[in-house]
Design a protein around this ligand. Structure first.
Ligand code: SDX
Length: 431
């Protein structure tokens, strides 16, 4: 996509001619300096972790980290959480506009018609140990979907991209529930098309062939809200992984599997599981000061999981909605004395009054309260990141579709070389 040059930047390097660089203006947020010509001038930019690098242009999600703002296609996450639902947000992320009722009904109908996975996929699960981490299973199972949808898939055909998006959104809950059932040694439960999206997921997770199983509307609503809050988040590590893998023209199911692998890390989507493990380790509000001290100790690798964010230097707006949802769900379930919640709230209170956290602008992020809700819903801790991956699927595939539709170059960063200068080989006998 060609950008309109709105102003220019001049880079002066001592002893050399000034370098003129175009500047493009965004619709919201920082302008960007196009540094593409620097290579021809003998320079690379240097930005480990891509703290100040815009790797692409995108119209899907906007984040203002200082203001704590998150917009999906311009709509604030708070309003979407309050008034929309997960499948409507999936439609919005993919197509750019809030759907009219008949379009949303058609979208939901289509998703419901793609919830089953090929029966042969069941054979993949028999190869995993019962104690295999479900994220390891999801990396493999979603990657395996590429073996069912490859030869007939033309990524340059918009209709093929659309059905790929529908298949992934529809099949992720089915595969997620299968990864849980495998760990329990229970039979897989087929999707039920008369159920809502989150209701169907919980039914596949907890129903058995032995008796009818009815999903609590409270839990289904909470599950839908959790999926919605995880749906997309600009160019985060896993979405950037999907874009980089997809930029080679790779199969989209394989590219999403790469994103799942990136999400698994405790610095990213693995943090929700790590938060519950941390709260269990803290064990009591009396122990919080010790852990706060450890988090501040440069020599101690311990960090407060669910705190801090690369972009948000204010409260993550999703964390606020998550905390409200947490209170609603626990109250509706009559859980008033959840020790993990008591420790989490006290930990947040103490951290946010602590000079270290204030100075480094560390606030709770999306992962801080999500695990407490998931635990209340009955989701086991090892499934928390699988829930995150399921929720994030529309974001991943919307970014992949946007990249392919807008035209793209293969992603290929450079480096600051710090290795040995050129030298001649020394035969073994002469060393
Ligand atoms: C997600 O990018 C996204 O959008 C991600 C996500 C999404 O929706 O896709 O929002 C989902 O990944 C949320 C983040 C989940 N991870 C965690 O909760 C893990 C704990 N948080 C940290 O590991 C950290 O805050 C990161 C990884 C999230 C962000 O790291 P950055 O941006 O690289 O920042 P940093 O590590 O350089 O931290 C800045 C400073 C450092 O101190 P100094 O080197 O300046 O002295 O803050 C400190 C850090 O030591 N710090 C923390 C801390 N997080 C940062 N200190 C204690 N506890 C923490 N949690």
């Amino acid at each position: 996509m060609t950008q309109e040059i709105r102003k220019r930047a001049t880079l002066t390097i001592e002893g050399e001619d000034a370098i003129d660089l175009p500047v493009y203006s965004s619709n919201l947020g920082p302008d960007v300096i196009d540094v593409g010509k620097l290579t021809s001038q003998g320079y690379f930019t240097y930005d480990p972790g891509f703290v100040s690098t815009a790797a692409c242009d995108s119209a899907i999600t906007y984040i203002d980290g200082d203001a704590g703002t998150l917009l999906h296609r311009g709509y604030p996450i708070e309003q979407l959480a309050e008034q929309s639902d997960y499948l409507e947000l999936c439609n919005l992320l993919l197509n750019g506009e809030l759907p009219v009722p008949e379009d949303q009904q058609a979208f939901v109908h289509t998703i419901k018609r793609h919830t089953m996975v090929n029966e042969q996929i069941r054979n993949f699960f028999s190869g995993f140990r019962a104690d295999a981490h479900p994220m390891a299973i999801m990396c493999s199972a979603v990657g395996a979907l590429s073996s069912f949808y490859h030869d007939s898939l033309d990524i340059d055909n918009p209709e093929h991209r659309k059905i790929t998006a529908h298949r992934l959104i529809a099949k992720m809950p089915t595969l997620a529930a299968m990864s849980y059932k495998h760990s329990q040694g229970q039979p897989f439960i087929y999707p039920r098309n008369e159920l809502g999206y989150a209701e169907n997921f919980l039914h596949m997770m907890f129903a058995t062939p032995c008796e009818d199983y009815h999903v609590s509307p409270t839990l289904a609503r909470a599950m839908d809200r959790i999926f919605l809050l995880h749906a997309d988040h600009e160019q985060n590590a896993s979405t950037s992984t999907v874009r980089l893998a997809g930029s080679t023209g790779a199969n989209p199911f394989a590219s999403i599997a790469a994103g799942i692998a990136a999400l698994w890390g405790p610095s990213h989507g693995g943090a929700n599981e790590a938060v519950l493990d941390m709260l269990d380790e803290i064990g009591s509000v009396d122990n919080i000061p010790e852990f706060i001290a450890r988090a501040k100790d440069k020599n101690d690798p311990f960090r407060i999981m669910g705190f801090g964010h690369r972009v948000y230097k204010n409260y993550d707006p999703r964390a606020k909605v998550m905390e409200q949802t947490c209170a609603e769900v626990l109250e509706e379930l009559g859980i008033n004395d959840d020790p993990a919640l008591a420790i989490a709230k006290e930990l947040e209170r103490i951290a946010r009054e602590d000079e270290y956290f204030i100075e480094k602008r560390l606030y709770p992020n999306v992962d801080f309260y999500s695990g407490i809700i998931l635990k209340a819903i009955g989701i086991p801790v090892e499934m928390f990141t699988v829930i995150f991956a399921t929720g994030r699927t529309p974001g991943w595939i919307a970014h992949w579709c946007e990249m392919i539709a807008d035209g793209y170059k293969i992603g290929r960063p450079r480096q600051l070389y710090t290795g040995a200068p050129k030298r001649d080989y020394v035969p073994l006998a002469e060393r």
